[in-house]
Design a protein around this ligand. Structure first.
Ligand SMILES: [Zn+2]
Length: 212
């Protein structure tokens, strides 16, 4: 069973992937974790990826795909988070791990913008806050360690707009690809983590390969 999670930055994909994996007894595969693991173990793939990242380039499809292929080789039940990101990756994935369902978490742009641009991160411990949803006790200061809270470059208005544009361009073909043979499930990603998780479970309940 392979479930793919798709969604814009700020949709809560990572959080939902972890919950879904637990609920349906799937292994959670996140490309972020894969990268970190390969870098830590100094594998050939990790070193190849690092040379691109150091040069400020995107890691090529072939390297990411090879990491995923290796990770899913010894199992049968996975939820993929952060992969595929492009149509080429999706087509390659079919050749070694055919996808049963692709869940697309949709959230209106203005909600995503508010979620992302309001995010503040502790400069020392990485603790995460939000100016309205999860404010620190004292503005601009981390509750845990008293460090300064900063807005990451990724979360500024301008960068957020660009990230959402890139996401839309890359995801449209993926969405069409999975919709073509009815593997696409669209989920409303607004509301609490609980609410979204329930919607997702309900939508996946219709997939015979996924008894809950
Ligand atoms: Zn902190």
């Amino acid at each position: 069973v392979i479930v793919v999670l798709l969604g814009p930055p700020g949709a809560g994909k990572g959080t939902q992937a972890v919950r879904l994996a637990r609920a349906l007894d799937l292994e959670h595969v996140s490309t972020g974790d894969l990268f970190r693991d390969h870098l830590r173990r100094r594998t050939d793939l990790g070193e190849a990826a690092e040379s691109y990242m150091r040069a400020g380039d995107l890691v090529p499809d072939s390297i990411v795909t090879a990491m995923v292929r290796e990770r899913v080789a010894d199992g049968t039940r996975f939820v993929l988070d952060g992969f595929p990101r492009t149509l080429a990756q999706a087509q390659e994935l079919e050749s070694f791990a055919p996808v049963d369902a692709a869940v697309l978490i949709t959230v209106p742009d203005d909600v995503l913008r508010a979620r992302l641009t309001g995010r503040r991160v502790c400069a020392v411990g990485g603790h995460v806050y939000h100016v309205t949803e999860h404010p620190p006790r004292e503005a601009g200061v981390c509750d845990v360690d008293g460090s300064l809270l900063i807005q990451r470059e990724d979360d500024t208005e301008e960068t957020v707009s660009r990230r959402l544009e890139v996401y839309r361009e890359q995801t449209r073909p993926l969405r069409d690809y999975y919709a073509l043979d009815s593997r696409l499930l669209e989920i409303d990603g607004t509301g609490s983590v609980e609410t979204v998780a329930r919607r997702m479970a309900a939508a996946l309940g219709g997939i015979p390969a996924l008894p809950s």
